[in-house]
Write a protein that binds this ligand. Structure first.
Ligand code: PEP
Length: 258
């Protein structure tokens, strides 16, 4: 199955609005003369810059889509500080990162909340980028597969096959996020193969072949090609290296099939 690569930048809690606009303009400029990229390129700025960034693309015939870093599952109500899928749709946001390890770790997001967010995103035609991954301790105790299986099965709870096909997963080993310590391409490929097998057993094998599964954890323009050479890796979720146009454009270009 030929799956279109995805490169998504997670800016986390970085960038003022003016810096965000400059970054995406620089990025567009760097990708402008590169022809058809054949890569889905996504930037996920903080909520405060979503409007400005999507306005840049509204007028510029974008090669780049905009995603949010999180969303609540309800459409509206008394949830102080939260952002709803309706608000994201209103800004033409097409993707949302769901269940990033930092949200699970610092904001107590549970597998159940992740599942509710996924269902709500799909109902609002927002593609969820669902993050799963193990801690260093879990890896050292040989519990990687147990952890990943639990997170993937919980994420898929109650979804129909056609919905499953629309998901993007990101395998992000927590020990590799922001540490400069990348999983080897073989390690990443092995876990991603396991994620696909888990999806196949929870849904249908055919559904699993459609799901794009990214690797995330200290991806750079230097290591993207070796990651993309692995058959199961469909792209990358990029943190630090997405904060500069030069490095993020290098990752996008390195992810192309040809
Ligand atoms: C992330 O936060 O999703 C991430 C992968 O970060 P980094 O690329 O900085 O490791």
């Amino acid at each position: 199955m030929d799956r279109k690569p995805v490169i998504a930048g997670n800016w986390k809690m970085n960038m003022t609005t003016s810096a965000a606009v400059k970054l995406v303009q620089d990025l567009e400029y760097k990708l402008e003369d590169k022809g058809n990229l054949d890569v889905d390129v996504i930037v996920c700025p903080p909520f405060t810059s979503l409007r400005s960034v999507s306005t840049v693309f509204e007028y510029d015939k974008p090669k780049i889509a905009v995603g949010a870093q999180n969303m609540h599952w309800e459409e509206k109500g008394a949830f102080t500080g939260e952002i709803s899928p309706l608000m994201l749709k209103d800004l033409a946001i097409r993707y949302a990162i769901i269940g990033h390890s930092e949200r699970r770790q610092y904001f107590s997001e549970t597998d159940e909340m992740v599942n509710k967010k996924i269902k709500s995103a799909l109902n609002h035609k927002i593609t969820p980028i669902v993050c799963v991954g193990e801690t260093l301790e879990e890896r050292e105790e040989n519990k990687t597969q147990d952890k990943i299986k639990k997170q993937v099965i919980a994420a898929l709870e109650g979804l129909q096959g056609l919905e499953v096909r629309k998901l993007v997963f990101a395998y992000e080993p927590i020990w590799a996020i922001g540490t400069g310590q990348t999983a080897t391409p073989e390690q990443a490929n092995d876990v991603i193969r396991f994620i696909r097998a888990t999806i196949a057993s929870a849904s249908e094998p055919e559904d699993a072949t459609h799901v794009r599964i990214l690797y995330g954890g200290s991806v750079t323009a230097d290591n993207i090609k070796s990651l993309m050479a692995e058959p199961e890796i469909d792209g990358a979720l990029v943190g630090g290296a997405s904060l500069e146009a030069e490095s993020f454009a290098g990752i996008v270009l390195g992810a192309r099939h040809s």
